[in-house]
Every structure is written in structure tokens, then in C-alpha cells.
Design a protein around this ligand. Sequence first.
Ligand code: PA5
Length: 478
Amino acid sequence: MEKYLDDTWKKGMKLRFDFNNMMAEFIGPEQGITFDQIKEMEDRLKSASLSLGQMRANGELEWMDLPYTQDQVVKDILDTANEVKEKFDAFVVLGIGGSALGPIAVQQALNHLHYNELSKEKRGGFPKFYVVDNVDPERMTALFDIIDVKKTMFNVITKSGSTSETMSQFLIIKDILKENLGDGYKDHIITTTDRKNGNLIKIAKAEGFKTFYIPAGVGGRFSELCPVGLLPAAMCGIDIEGLLAGAAYMDEMCKNQDVLKNPAYVAATLQFIAMQNGKNVSVMMPYADSLKYMADWYAQLWAESLGKRVDKQGMDVFVGQTPVKALGVTDQHSQVQLYTEGPFDKVITFITVDKYRCDVDIPHGYEDIPSIAFLGGHTMGELIKTEQMATEYALLKSKKLNNTIALPEVNAFTIGELLYFLEVQTAVMGELLNINAFDQPGVEEGKNATYAMFGRPGYDEKKKELDARPMKKENYIL
Ligand code: PA5
């Protein structure tokens, strides 16, 4: 698109990272960070940059190159979306973790907040959109109460091709489709998986399902900008080229070799120094309903990438910062009391929007009641922004570290920037913590235990290990 080539337009859409309220100058010397502390990190940041640069050059961080490597994939996705749009009323993602949170976050960010309730015409002719990540039987049953499987396309997304939740959902829907459509079921399933590894690719080939691939160097939680996220987004009419253009723009900023001017590097450094000072909780608080699920996506990215028992040398370190999701202003009336007056253990990251996509006037009324009348003549946009500034002030006053990522507006380009910024920040943080940010042994342990308990062949040893665990005592259960 033309505008993505226009430097002036892109500059106007640049994300801003405001870390004033992390600094001692503002927040005070007891809690705040000084420029000297940041400067002292320069050598470590340069090593991090070198290490990530090498990994990227070796093809281990393919997620970093997604903005540039997918011309053909994007074309295929857009063609597929156009075909699906013609024939189907609903598009259902079956996936979990990195295969679900990105699609949910981007759909919420870039589509109408009541997308599924709109008429098909108002949805631009695109199908309704659902994500079934959990294996709660009630949720699955409820889905079948509202969709017509004969008019539904299912997208099975799993990198490993073996995740129990996704594969059991797949088995269920395949059976139901077969019952309703006979051999036609194959035209209702698109798979997104690894090109070589796992069971799903074998099944997809044998069945002849339309398949999109997750590149080898793209892990689940770093996969939103590959077909994992792009296909579901395109299915809802989201501008996927804009997402990739925004990510490329952020990549340029995050390539800045002056690490002290590089937004993702500075953001990671501030979190790292804060963590060393006992800030073990990272709150993400968007002030926009459209960005509510960005905090969910971030929570997985931050927790699963950085919560690690061992460092790169295999030594026990038990690191990680616990992510917390909040929504402004809603959680001002729920969690902010804790943030302002509770322990000094958090960094709060606000995500703000300069220009909401629409605004609503607050009418004048009850002029005889000054404590209500003062609202009249303003807009809801003004109110939400004022409340964010007021919360920021309350935190500043109580010396609680906070920073802000400001989006000029919420559109495909700025969402691409935001996703990429947070991914690079996470990767840099992993380097500073000297851990592998791209594995998830703790998740694998739970997956393997499920396989053993559920009787998957090849898990006999794990089953024995589980059977040897201490049995629960009745007298501890009331
Ligand atoms: O980030 C990750 O790797 C995980 O959260 C995975 O996305 C999640 O466990 C699902 O895995 P898969 O895509 O292999 O089904």
C-alpha cells in the first residue's frame, strides 16, 4: 500500500516509549533508575546485540525476518481468505498458547469490538471469528450451538503438531464434519503447522488439507506475524500487509547499533535494572478495550520466554518477572489501589492511544449538581486519557515505577510495530538474564505428564515417575 512507502506517514505512526517515570529524577532516588546505571549496562547490551545478531544471521530467529520473507505467503493467505469469505459464515481457530493469543489480540485490536454481532455486510462479507483454545467441554459444546458446521472453516494451528488440546479439538471437529458432510469435510479444514515435524503435517498431507507453514525458527509465542496470526487476521479483513510494514518499521528502529538509543534495548534494560531492585511483577495496562488482549499476548510472551530455572550455562537461576494483565480504566477500580499503595515490586507499563478511532460527546446536564455537571461538554476520549494521566500521577506520587508505550492510533501498522517491539524487548531481556528465551521446558513437563496420564504410547517411564509421586491425604481435604 502506498502509505507504507511514505516516510512522513510512517513517522506520524511511530510508537513512542516514555520512560520518564522509571528515572530517579522523577520518581526519586530510592526507587528510580539513573542514567549512570543505564550507561553501565552498555557493554552487556552490545554483547546482547551481537549475540542476537549472530542468531538472526544463522536463521535461528526467523521471527525477526517475517516482515520481509513472506510475499508469496501473504498472497496465498489473501487468496485463501477471499475464497473462504465467499463460502463460509464462520472461521474457527483451534489452537492454544502462541497459536491462539496472537490471533485473539490482533482481532480485538483491529476489528469492530462487536465484530461477530455485526451483519455479514458490515463485516465486509468476512466470516464470524472464534478461537477455541481451552478444552473445557462446555465451551466446545457451546460453540456447536451457535455455528453451522456446514458453513464453517476450521483452522487447526499447532507448531509441534501434537499438543493434546488442539489435537483433541481436531478429532472432535473432524468427526462432526464427517457426519455432516461426508468426504466434503476436507474442504472445511486448513492446517497451520511445521513443514517437516510433528503429526499434523503427516495427517494434513495424507488428508490433502490446505496447509500453511510455521517456519522452523519461529516459536509459538513469536509466531503472530507468520501464518499463525496472518491467516486468521486476513479472514476478518485485517490489513496483514500493514501489520508486516509496521513490524519492518520497528525492526529498523531496533537495529540501531547505539544501544542506548534503541527503544527495545532501553526498555529491556530498564526492566532488567528494576528486576534487580526487586521489581518482580510486570503489569501491562492498556487504556483501550481494543488492546485488552494485547496484555494477554504479552503475558505469555514475557512469562514463557523469561521464566527459567537455568541459565545458558545450565546453572540454577530461577529467574522471571510475573506478568499481570490490567485494563485502563476498568482496573483503576480493581487493581490500582494495590499498585499505588502496595509493595514496591512492580513496573507498570501503560499503553496509550493518542487518537481513538472515534469519540463520544458527554452531554451537558444537571447544571445544579456541579459534581456531575463538570463532565458535560467533554468527550469520553478526553476522559479516558485524563484518567490515564491521573493514574500515572498517582503512581509517580507514590514512587511506583511506570512507563508508557504510546500509539498514535490503533491500526494495522502500529499493531505491527507494537508486536515486534515487545518481541525484541523480550529477546534482549533473555540475553541480559543469560537464559534461553526461546524454549519452554516447564510447559513441556506439563504436556508430557498429560500424555503419560492419558495413556499416550512411549510415555511409560513418565507414567512410572508420576505413579511414584506422593498420594494426596484425605485429611488435608475438607
Ligand atoms: O510459545 C509456545 O511455544 C507455546 O505457548 C505454544 O505456542 C503452545 O504450547 C502451543 O504449542 P503448539 O503450537 O505446538 O501446539
